[in-house]
Design a binder for this molecule. Structure first.
Ligand code: AGP
Length: 629
């Protein structure tokens, strides 16, 4: 939440900073602001609302400054008003600060500062930082060789919480100071110019040489180079790495929205996952080597008694599919927890447990905290209770990557749309591969069944393409019927229940229509009372053990006049007779079907939101990466 970007170098900073904000706007869009050092002064412009409001304010302005910082905000402390927008400044307006995160002890710091005569101009937690830096700077100037970084270092040691900050000072026009504690910040290296940002898309147009600042680290960036220090003041030696990413990936490429582009990228994402995960030369005759190329420690498979999954939002839905797969294929009892609940009420320790954190961004505060807590409470325990932590993420270089030594990379490419689509499908692919891998090691399913699953997985990209080609237009037209609808119900059973939840979440977050996902068999225990002719019901009905049950549950809804939309295979007569509207998907083994059934639901949510004229990629109140509790 919140995007920060900074630049120091030889070019005009403001254009680079605004372009960076454009790339980071998915992180929050309640307000935006920019501060540069120009002719010995801080020049700060801020605007409420989306970035274009700031851009409008800057029209016609020429600003040759070569140093600056900029911010796009997702409001936590203080309303989304201009006076709360970052950058925030000290009383003398010599220091400007941007922050992503939350300063938990800001109240006491604020009171202390006020008692020393400090006047506040905002309601934010961040504003304490420039005031504190101003105090420390006057002390550091007496004693330190590099006073600005020394002042920031003293201040970050007083802050509690998760934060990434960037600081400029009118009296130090050749310095940009950056600090990180539990919130992401990446540094970019150019020729005589340097960048910082909350995420790589802001840097990709300028450089591929990047360095992730780690927790408890500060950087002093000047036109001559970058120095890294620990919060303790120790100089650290670090070298940038080369980021392997194509700038085209972060453009819309002719699609109206990133979300639609990302939906269309899903066949390619599944192919990438298959290439990365599956040994294509494997046959069922090979009893020694797993068909899956995850290099997990061999000891993890031994005595595996329990898997626990922690995640939030869409990643939690992927985890729920994962639970089903791990139990049904690998025969491991699996529990799934909302990370935000687990971290304060963890389940009792079970020996030989594998804990999986699922987070596309790798930055979700609750998921990281749940994993940290799990690591800590298993520390110094006997071998049977040792922490075995696995991360499933689309950003291996993220905070999750720093926390957990075993990572499954979901290979989806950068996702910009706030509503997760391709990263969800990629997370499902990771769980299929993991369940097959564990099943192979535990010999819980026959080698021929593994072969059949791998064949089924390899057919998915073409099947997704078929859905996109044959159904998108139809779903776009169907969406017209629902532009004014107020409530939706999504039903699924077994492995498609999480897909009902995901369909409802997609619709809620981008179209603002109230939607609920239910296990179809639960409807009659209460929610059926909601139904009437105004409430459409979308049911996922895939042939398998619960196919007829779902059709019966759908009939129960029909008897209450609900309009029934079925996501079901082509040529299923019983389904055709049951539903008012069919969205056909290819025939597929039910256990693999979530990767197909979710596609029409993503398209339905997208087209309803687009039809309602909403900002699909940046829905209200949301941010792509939830880095606060
Ligand atoms: C997905 O559409 C949502 N925007 C949201 O629920 C998201 O999945 C959740 O915040 C978790 O994010 P993560 O995967 O980056 O941890």
């Amino acid at each position: 939440m919140c995007g920060i970007v900074g630049y120091i170098g030889t070019k005009e900073a403001s254009g680079i900073l605004l372009e960076g904000l454009r790339k980071l706007e998915y992180r929050g869009y309640d307000s935006a602001g920019i501060a540069t050092v120009l002719e010995g002064e801080i020049h700060c412009v801020r605007a409420k609302g989306k970035l274009h409001n700031l851009e409008e304010k800057l029209v016609g302005e020429t600003n040759p400054a070569r140093l600056g910082i900029a911010h796009t905000r997702w409001a936590t402390h203080g309303k989304p008003e201009e006076y709360n927008a970052h950058p925030h400044m000290d009383m003398a307006k010599r220091i400007a600060v941007i922050q992503n995160g939350i300063i938990e002890n800001y109240r006491e710091l604020r009171e202390e500062l006020k008692s020393r005569g400090c006047e506040f101009r905002s309601d934010t937690d961040t504003e304490v930082i420039p005031h504190l830096i101003a105090e420390e700077l006057s002390k550091a100037e007496q004693v330190a060789e590099e006073p600005l970084i020394e002042a920031v270092r003293q201040v970050v040691r007083k802050l509690r919480g998760a934060f990434a900050i960037a600081v400029i000072c009118a009296d130090y026009p050749d310095e940009l100071i950056v600090a990180r504690q539990q919130a992401p910040v990446v540094l970019g290296f150019g020729e005589g110019e340097f960048y910082c940002a909350s995420d790589t898309p802001a840097l990709i147009p300028y450089t591929r040489a990047i360095l992730n600042l780690e927790n408890g680290e500060l950087a002093r960036m000047t036109p001559l180079g970058v120095e890294i220090y620990s919060f303790g003041g120790q100089r650290l030696k670090k070298a940038p790495r080369t980021l392997d990413v194509n700038p085209v990936m972060v453009e819309k490429q002719g699609f109206k929205h990133y979300m639609l582009k990302e939906i269309y990228e899903q066949p390619g994402v599944v192919r990438s996952c298959l290439e990365a995960y599956v040994n294509s030369a494997w046959t069922s005759a090979d009893h020694k080597n797993s068909p899956i190329r995850f290099d997990l420690p061999q000891s993890w498979y031994r005595n595996l008694q329990h898997v626990q999954i922690v995640a939030c939002g869409t990643s939690w839905h992927a985890g729920l599919v994962g639970k089903y797969l791990l139990e049904q294929l690998a025969d491991v009892p699996t529990t799934i927890h909302y990370a935000s609940e687990f971290r304060y009420a963890p389940a009792p320790l079970v020996p030989h447990t594998l804990t999986i954190g699922v987070t596309q961004s790798g930055e979700t505060a609750d998921t990281l905290a749940a994993l940290e807590m799990e690591k800590a409470r298993r520390d110094n325990k006997s071998e049977e209770f040792e922490a075995r932590l696995l991360g499933i993420t689309n950003r291996p270089e993220s905070s999750l990557g720093q926390l957990v030594s075993n990572i499954i990379d979901t290979h989806a490419g950068i996702e910009i749309g706030v509503a997760a689509t391709k990263t969800f499908v990629a997370q499902l692919m990771a769980f299929y591969a993991l369940a097959i891998d564990i099943a192979f090691h535990r010999q819980t399913i026959a080698a021929q069944q593994i072969e059949a699953l791998l064949t089924g997985l390899s057919q998915l990209p073409a099947q997704i393409e078929l859905i996109l080609e044959s159904q998108e237009r139809y779903i776009e037209e169907l969406a017209h019927d629902f532009a004014e609808t107020q409530d939706f119900i999504f039903l699924g059973r077994g492995i498609n229940f999480p897909i009902a939840l995901e369909g409802a979440l997609k619709l809620k977050e981008i179209s603002y229509i109230h939607a609920e996902g239910y296990p179809a068999g639960e409807m009659k225990h209460g929610p059926i009372a909601l139904l009437d002719a105004k409430v459409p019901v979308v049911a996922i009905a895939m042939p398998g053990p619960v196919f007829e049950k779902v059709l019966s549950n759908a009939q129960e809804a029909r008897a209450r006049d609900a309009r029934l939309i079925g996501v079901t295979p082509m040529d299923e007569q019983d389904a055709a007779d049951t539903f008012d509207t069919l969205i056909p998907v290819p025939h597929i083994d039910e256990i693999l079907s979530p990767i197909l059934t979710v596609i029409p639901l993503q398209l339905l949510a997208y087209h309803i939101a687009a039809r309602r004229g909403l900002d699909v990629d940046q829905p209200r109140n949301l941010a792509k990466s939830v880095t606060v509790e």
